[in-house]
Design a protein around this ligand. Structure first.
Ligand SMILES: *Cc1c(COP(=O)(O)O)cnc(C)c1O
Length: 378
């Protein structure tokens, strides 16, 4: 039996425990200590956002975004159905209605050409999701949002170190959300960040994150006591998580570069299969610099995806598909609304397979993945 090729393998840079020991030694374990500050500065410098705030997860950052925008029951939020549940959940928790639109054939991102026809007087925000770290068509989305006075929240969970026309993902809309979940590129186990790009939202973001209090201002000496200012919760991680994350952010360039090597290798190895019409490889528009977050293939309609997944498993290769589109899920049907027939979403989501991609995946292993795929389809 061939050795197992896992789907993902969390990459450690080697300094995580050292920084955690330092935080332990400092005896400063609650949130917003020295390591959190370093992470905030790094994120602000590398993305150009107004302020960055670490959170427990990207899910928590999206929850914060819905609170920041004061989403009210009945407000409509436009988003793709082809996304992770957190994109919708954050707004549903505030009584908002996700309005699911179809995706583009090429990038599998929200189809900006459909936006105008979906906007109603109840629409409050658009949530572009940058699938696989490949940017949505942000210029068009921002222009439409501006014209209709809508807010834009970028779900950039997969977009750390990726950009659109030179701008970091998450720094283009009013608000952006990053994930540092173990399955992403830069990790802290569970973790995330809120990027605030509209300075008028910055102070309230700090308050919402600190249980609705102005404690951050108190610690900066801007007020002489802190009190309950508005609705909020505890969204900040402790210093041990920030210490771990710091070891990863320091190496973010190398992590991205190494993942690129494997991404590019798959892209070369799979070209002949694409030429034969067996699958389609990812398409990256030239204005998008992606981050090699994932390598997916779209199988030709006549190929049985379950058979491919089973055959991978039989060969000890762990691949997965995603997502079950939200409009077809029990909660999506209960809380959301669907615009049109979502033809592209339904078709592409049923054909997609994600291949193993992580730092340490060898070229031999990649060859084995492609060999198995070639045997199945031939
Ligand atoms: C991973 C992911 C999330 C959730 O991130 P967490 O940090 O696990 O909460 C949200 N949206 C998308 C598109 C994701 O890929």
């Amino acid at each position: 039996m061939n050795k197992k090729i896992p789907f993902n393998w969390p990459h450690m840079t080697g300094k995580e425990l050292f920084y955690i020991a330092e935080a332990h030694f400092n005896g400063r374990l609650a949130g917003d200590g020295p390591f959190t500050k370093r992470c905030h500065e790094w994120l602000e410098k590398h993305t150009g956002c107004d302020i960055a705030l670490l959170t427990h997860s990207c899910t928590a950052a999206l929850d914060m975004a819905a609170l920041l925008l004061e989403i009210q029951p009945g407000d409509e939020i436009i988003m793709p159905s082809y996304t992770f549940v957190s994109t919708a959940n954050a707004f549903v928790l505030r009584g908002g209605i996700p309005v699911f639109v179809d995706i583009r054939e090429d990038t599998l991102n929200l189809d900006e050409r459909l936006l105008e026809s979906v906007i109603t007087p109840r629409t409050r925000a658009i949530v572009p999701v940058h699938y696989a770290g490949v940017a949505c068509e942000m210029d068009t989305i921002m222009e439409i949002a501006k014209r209709h006075h809508l807010r834009v929240v970028e779900d950039a969970a997969q977009g750390v170190m990726a950009s659109y026309k030179g701008k970091a993902l998450g720094s283009i809309g009013d608000i952006g959300a990053y994930s540092f979940h173990e399955t992403k590129n830069v990790i802290s186990g569970e973790g995330g960040a809120l990027l605030v790009n509209d300075p008028s939202l910055a102070l309230r973001a700090e308050i919402i994150r600190e249980k609705g209090t102005d404690r951050s201002r108190f610690f900066r000496g801007e007020v002489d006591k802190y009190t309950w200012q508005e609705m909020g919760s505890s969204f900040l991680p402790g210093e041990l998580i920030a210490a771990f994350l710091w070891a990863q952010l320091e190496e973010a360039d190398r992590i991205t570069k190494e993942r690129f090597g494997s991404w590019q290798k798959y892209h070369e190895l799979l070209e002949p299969l694409e030429a034969k019409g067996i699958l389609r490889r990812p398409i990256v528009p030239c204005e998008c610099q992606h981050n090699a977050h994932m390598y997916y293939i779209l199988l030709a309609p006549e190929i049985d995806r379950q058979k491919v997944l089973d055959e991978f498993k039989r060969n000890n290769i762990w691949s997965v598909f995603q997502y079950v589109p939200l409009h077809s899920s029990p909660a999506g049907m209960r809380y959301g609304r669907t615009h049109g027939n979502l033809e592209v979403t339904n078709r592409q989501s049923g054909r997609l397979v994600r291949l193993p991609l992580y730092i340490g995946l060898s070229v031999e292993q990649q060859n084995r993945v492609v060999d198995v795929l070639r045997d199945i389809v031939n």
